[in-house]
Design a protein around this ligand. Structure first.
Ligand code: MG
Ligand code: MG
Length: 249
C-alpha cells in the first residue's frame, strides 16, 4: 500500500485522537513517582482513554497484552508494564496509542523518576533525544525528502554522543497504527519520497546511550540493549505541513 494523504475530515479525527492521547500522557505523568509500578500506570492510561470513549491502540495489537509499552533504563522498546516499583533516578519511556473513530494516534515521552536532578546524565540523554525528535519534526515539511527527517535526528543524536538503534523506525499512521512509509532515524539528506501535504506520520527516535545493539527478552516482547546501558524513546505523530509537522500528540 502506498502513501495516502488524509482528507481534512480524517485529519480532524486524528487531531482528536491526539488530544485524547495528550490527556492520557498528562494523567500518567501525574503519577510517575518513586514507588509506582508501570502496571499501575498502564491502568491509568487505559482508564483515561476509555473515559473519553476511545480505545487503546496497543491492547491486543499483534497480541500485545497492555495499553502502554513501558521501558525502564536499558529497555529499548515494547516493554510489557510490570510490577517493579520505580525508583528515583530511573529513566522511563512510555509509548501509548489511541483509536478514535477508527483512526490512530501514537506517541511516547521519557522522563527521569524524581525529576532531572535525580540523575543528571539520564536527564541530559532524554532531553537530547527529545531535541532530536523536534529536529525531525521540523524537517517533516512539504517538499523535503523523507530522509531529511532521519538525517536531522541522527545529527542531533550524534552531537550528544549517542547512537540510533537502526532496526526501529517511525512510520505512517491512520486507519492502521503502522502504514507506509518507514520513517528512519538516520540517513543522508535528499533521499526517498517527497513529503506531501496531508501525509500523517509518527516520528520516533529510539536511541542507545551506549552500543545500539539490541536483544529481545524471553517474554518475546521486551527489547533491551545488549550492553545493558540506557535507552530512550520519544515520539510525536502528526501531519506534514509546509512549516514542519503539525503535532497531534
Ligand atoms: Mg509509539
Ligand atoms: Mg510509533
Amino acid at each position: 500500500m502506498g502513501v495516502v494523504p488524509k482528507t481534512p475530515e480524517e485529519l480532524q479525527i486524528m487531531r482528536r485522537a491526539g488530544e485524547i492521547l495528550q490527556r492520557t500522557q498528562e494523567a500518567m505523568k501525574a503519577e510517575l513517582h518513586p514507588g509506582v509500578t508501570l502496571k499501575e500506570i498502564n491502568a491509568i492510561a487505559e482508564d483515561t482513554i476509555r473515559s473519553h470513549g476511545a480505545k487503546p491502540g496497543f491492547l491486543g495489537y499483534q497480541g500485545f497484552p497492555a495499553s502502554i509499552c513501558g521501558m525502564i533504563n536499558s529497555e529499548v522498546v515494547h516493554g510489557i508494564p510490570g510490577g517493579q516499583k520505580l525508583r528515583r533516578g530511573d529513566l522511563v519511556s512510555i509509548d501509548c496509542g489511541v483509536i478514535w473513530k477508527e483512526l490512530f494516534s501514537d506517541a511516547a515521552f521519557s522522563l527521569v523518576i524524581g525529576g532531572g536532578e535525580a540523575h543528571p546524565a539520564r536527564e541530559k540523554f532524554q532531553q537530547t533525544v527529545r531535541q532530536a525528535l523536534l529536529a525531525g519534526c521540523d524537517a517533516a515539511r512539504v517538499g523535503n525528502h523523507l530522509s531529511d527527517i532521519g538525517h536531522a535526528i541522527e545529527q542531533a543524536v550524534r552531537r550528544g554522543g549517542y547512537s540510533v538503534c537502526k532496526e526501529y523506525t517511525g512510520h505512517g499512521l491512520g486507519y492502521e497504527m503502522h502504514e507506509d512509509p518507514h520513517v528512519f532515524n538516520y540517513g543522508s539528506r535528499g533521499q526517498g519520497m517527497l513529503l506531501i501535504e496531508g501525509m500523517t506520520i509518527a516520528i520516533e527516535p529510539i536511541i542507545a546511550s551506549g552500543n545500539p545493539k539490541c536483544r529481545i527478552l524471553s517474554d518475546g516482547w521486551t527489547v533491551v540493549t545488549a550492553d545493558g546501558k540506557d535507552a530512550c524513546q520519544w515520539e510525536h505523530c502528526g501531519v506534514v505541513t509546509p512549516d514542519g509537522l503539525e503535532i497531534f500528540a
